[in-house]
Design a protein around this ligand. Structure first.
Ligand SMILES: C[S@@+](CC[C@H](N)C(=O)[O-])C[C@H]1O[C@@H](n2cnc3c(N)ncnc32)[C@H](O)[C@@H]1O
Length: 270
């Protein structure tokens, strides 16, 4: 399936749109994900998660016991949420691989720190880490924000467990979806959206010099572009981007501390 998409023309198109400058986002990409323009690191330093196999469920449980996550939510996700406010009485957000809810709960709390939103928000956070869900449930939430936590593995998630959404977030989770499940997960995401709803897909991808690690599946970005372009009823809001991002933390197993990631970012609307 993957190779089907990789004609020579597509490969060179992919290389054209890979941004090689370290943290030198295109002006367009800067607006796209404004809060990450300061080259925010995906740092795992100073936590004891590394005693378990990197990115295993136990590792994530240890991570969420010891870490507050990655800080500020992404600027573009926040502006999508802001644009939805007031469009209905209750807005539904589904966040799969939610972690501490950085892009759902924390975005909302940040956005509406000093004013009350016009809508109520119901946020469904899915994660297979009990510790992440515990962290979420510990938040003190305002009346207009209702949280529902779901313990679930994305690789075995059935469609009937996922409620309809005005915004569906797949932010930093597709790396953990097995190849055989990718098409299913993306079509489930598309089905889940209400008409007019948004899908955010942000994930690590392959690129020149990128770290390759067995527990995280980094795919050719063109795979995502092609899958997403063919999702029923969804259209890209703008062209997906791929950005190089340096990182530094201990991965164990002799992997280099200093390494490079590439991040694929896209926004679609139904
Ligand atoms: C890189 S973090 C992203 C967290 C959050 N979305 C953010 O942007 O800050 C990945 C999250 O996915 C969860 N995760 C990893 N593999 C998973 C799986 N197979 N099923 C469900 N959740 C998973 C981890 O527990 C972790 O909370």
């Amino acid at each position: 399936m993957v190779t089907l998409f990789l004609t020579e023309e597509r490969k060179s198109a992919m290389h054209r749109f890979i941004v090689l400058g370290i943290c030198s986002f295109l002006p367009f990409a800067t607006t796209l994900f404004a809060s990450e323009q300061n080259c925010q690191q995906t740092s795992f330093e100073n936590n004891s998660a590394s005693n378990n196999a990197y990115a295993s469920k136990d590792w994530w449980n240890a991570f969420w016991t010891n870490s507050e996550g990655w800080g500020e939510p992404n600027g573009r996700v926040m502006s999508v949420i802001e644009s939805l406010d007031g469009s209905k009485q209750t807005i539904s957000i589904v966040d799969i691989g939610a972690g501490n809810g950085r892009h759902s709960i924390l975005s909302l709390l940040r956005l509406f720190e000093k004013r009350i939103p016009k809508s109520h928000f119901t946020v469904h956070c899915f994660d297979y880490s009990k510790q992440a869900l515990e962290k979420l449930r510990a938040y003190e939430l305002p009346k207009w924000l209702h949280l529902v936590t779901h313990e679930a593995d994305i690789n075995t998630l059935s469609a009937d467990r996922v409620p309809k959404a005005d915004l569906l977030l797949l932010y930093g989770i597709l790396e953990y979806v097995e190849d055989k499940n990718l098409s299913y997960v993306l079509s489930l995401a598309a089905q889940t959206l209400h008409i007019g709803g948004y899908l955010v897909v942000v994930t690590l991808v392959q690129g020149p010099g990128a770290l390759v690690i067995e527990s995280e599946t980094t795919r050719d970005p063109e795979v995502y572009t092609q899958y997403l372009a063919h999702l029923d009823g969804l259209k890209f809001v703008d062209t997906p981007t791929v950005t190089a991002r340096p990182d530094r933390h201990d991965l164990g197993k002799g992997y280099p501390e200093d390494h490079l990631h590439y991040v694929f970012r896209s926004l679609l609307k139904k």
